[in-house]
Write a protein that binds this ligand. Structure first.
Ligand code: XMP
Length: 319
């Protein structure tokens, strides 16, 4: 796939060409897509609605792994933009698939299978759609193909034929772009700055930020810590900042008593395209406030650390 660099991208022309291209593929058939509210899926949703109007059905998959208030916020924002989004409650399926699983790549594979086979397989059968439109970008493909991380949305590049495996075809109009290019396209499609400037969030959602088993209880811990981190980092301009729940517990103390508690690691990244990244140079005041808030507002957490490693050798998400 030929890369289109952000500096060479002509976003209006790109939109026009992609609308023609995807319209030619879908013809008079219908398509569906999943909107998570991130930059990539929001962009592909707007592009698809410009191309197909009501022949594109957009779903928000409530996998139980999203951030605080996210399903409602995304649905209401797109409603204002004239796009109807249906919420599909798939929490049980995702948590069942992740039960007892600790290995990072096994967890990613379980999420992929639940998403494409169980949830989308059913939606496709019910809606009669032949195509799934999705916002895969070049960086997702590269990291998966290089064997670094199995990105949840990569199939064909790994030799998986979605039509044979799941019964539908996948269209990926954003694949020549990286995040900086997608932001430009999002802007010309009329998405608000809160969307096109939004920090990236991974497809496997908070499951990418839990080391070890993903359970509703452990997701609740990381979700609360994430809300605090995102609130405190709101104005720092970081590319992405996150809270991670560790598997190991450590001995802490609270109210004069021993508490064998959980550990939260904070990461904040400066990056242009997510291929390489450096940690944000935070002031000690911010670090202090984060540790104070997380240990008092998130029950059971007795340790907060800040990661100072660059990517590489780190990756940005922990799983
Ligand atoms: P890593 O952790 O690979 O992350 O350094 C690079 C960027 O990609 C995001 N990320 C994902 N995005 N599906 C996605 O759509 C995924 O499975 C996935 N894993 C990581 C991550 O948040 C960062 O911006």
């Amino acid at each position: 796939m030929e890369e289109i660099k952000a500096e060479d991208l002509e976003p209006e022309k790109f939109v026009k060409e992609k609308i023609e291209e995807i319209s030619a593929i879908v013809g008079s058939n219908s398509a569906i897509n999943a909107l998570s509210g991130g930059v990539d899926s929001s962009t592909v949703t707007m592009l698809g609605h410009k191309a197909f109007g009501d022949r594109l059905k957009t779903y928000f998959i409530e996998n139980g792994l999203m951030r605080e208030g996210e399903p409602e916020q995304v649905v209401s924002l797109f409603e204002k933009l004239g796009v109807k989004v249906e919420i599909v409650d798939a929490q049980k399926q995702f948590f069942n698939a992740l039960k007892g699983m600790a290995d990072p790549e096994e967890k990613r594979e379980a999420i992929t299978q639940t998403f494409y086979r169980e949830v989308f397989g059913k939606l496709v059968r019910e809606s009669g759609a032949k195509y799934l439109l999705q916002g895969t970008i070049l960086t997702d493909v590269e990291e998966t193909v290089a064997g670094i991380k199995r990105q949840h949305n990569i199939l064909e590049q790994l030799g998986i034929d979605p039509e044979r495996e799941f019964g539908y075809k996948i269209i990926e109009p954003l694949i020549p772009l990286r995040k900086d290019g997608v932001r430009k396209v999002a802007e010309v499609l009329g998405l608000p700055a809160s969307v096109y400037n939004r920090a990236p969030f991974p497809g496997p959602a908070l499951a990418a930020r839990v080391i070890g088993e993903v359970t509703p209880e452990r997701i609740a811990v990381v979700r609360k810590a994430t809300a605090i981190v995102e609130e405190e980092f709101k104005d720092t301009g970081a590319f992405q900042s996150m809270a991670i729940l560790h598997e190991d517990r450590v001995t802490g103390m609270r109210g004069g008593k021993r508490e064998y508690g959980m550990q939260i690691e904070i990461r904040s990244w400066e990056s242009k395209d997510a291929r390489t990244a450096t940690p944000t140079r935070l002031s000690y005041d911010i670090l202090d406030r984060l540790s104070e808030r997380i240990t008092t507002e998130v029950p059971g957490v007795v340790s907060v650390t800040y990661n100072i490693t660059k990517k590489p050798p780190s990756t940005m998400e922990v799983v």
